[in-house]
Design a protein around this ligand. Sequence first.
Ligand code: EPU
Length: 304
Amino acid sequence: MKTMVVEPQILNDAPIPTWFGVGGRAERMIVPESEEQVAWAIGTGEAVRVLGEGANLLVDDDGIDGFVVSLRSTAFDRIEIDPRTHMVRAGAGADLRRLITVTSNAGLAGLEILGGIPASVGGAVCMNAGGKFGQISQSIASVRVIDRQGRVRRLGVGEIEFGYRRSGLEELVIVEAEFALVPEEAAKVRARFRDCMEYKKQTQPLAENSAGCAFKNPTLLEAIEGIGPAGTRVSAGRLIDLAGCKGLCAGGAEVSQVHGNFLTARRGARARDLIELMDEVARRVFDRFGVRLEREVVVWSRRA
Ligand code: EPU
């Protein structure tokens, strides 16, 4: 017998909280209480976009159509540690910082290297979040996803095509991730976490409205003197800095003086200001170095 899915409550014209603190609304948003409700949204055939922390997201000023699915409900924010196997399961809506704190305190190493990255677990896995000290894919054992047909599947790490700031899971809805962590003295794990945070504080404008790095670090197709040999991944922030973009403004958006790859939004800034500024920065870096920067910030716009 087919069980009835309890349809989720639909929030119309809902604000979409993002770290930039700018941009339009969702025509419809749901905060599902179960995987079935996620599958229900997919089954409508409308565009389904999953909202995590909104930490790396820019929503266009006109807002967006379809469904925004927010996994910030208790159904998706569980964190469970198996003390015997050291496996940790976390719902996609769980806060990455909370997961790092819980696992570090439990004396489980692997995730503390992501200290200071604002994200939900699902968002971090989807983008393979990382930085100087490593990336989340190093600790993943498997993920539980709902595919575009509404089917629930579990994918082992070997089936996931992780790359630099990508997972290949972008078309799926990640509902849970399982991590294989390594037991270690909690004090040591926490010390590494503090080192990551300290590095961030020194080098990034953490207090301002920003979405972290605006662009992915590019791989050089040709050697550039003083920057690096062909085939190396270099800091987009450094290229942006050397191209003289720090302090550049468009409306209420500005290239941070602290780190060139951070765009900050002042009060009253529009999403368009940030998009214009990203385009201008990319143009200047291309003119100066012949390097094409690719956005790391995800931009949500209406479908044409
Ligand atoms: N640099 C400059 N000018 C700048 C920025 C950087 O000269 O404006 C120089 C730095 O002095 C340093 C080098 O460039 O010598 C590298 O800088 P940094 O250590 O800040 O690293 P990054 O490559 O610019 C990456 C990640 C960050 C992550 C940091 C630190 C990407 C696109 N960026 O930046 O990730 O926090 O390493 O781990 O991968 C993010 O993805 O949102 C993000 C912030």
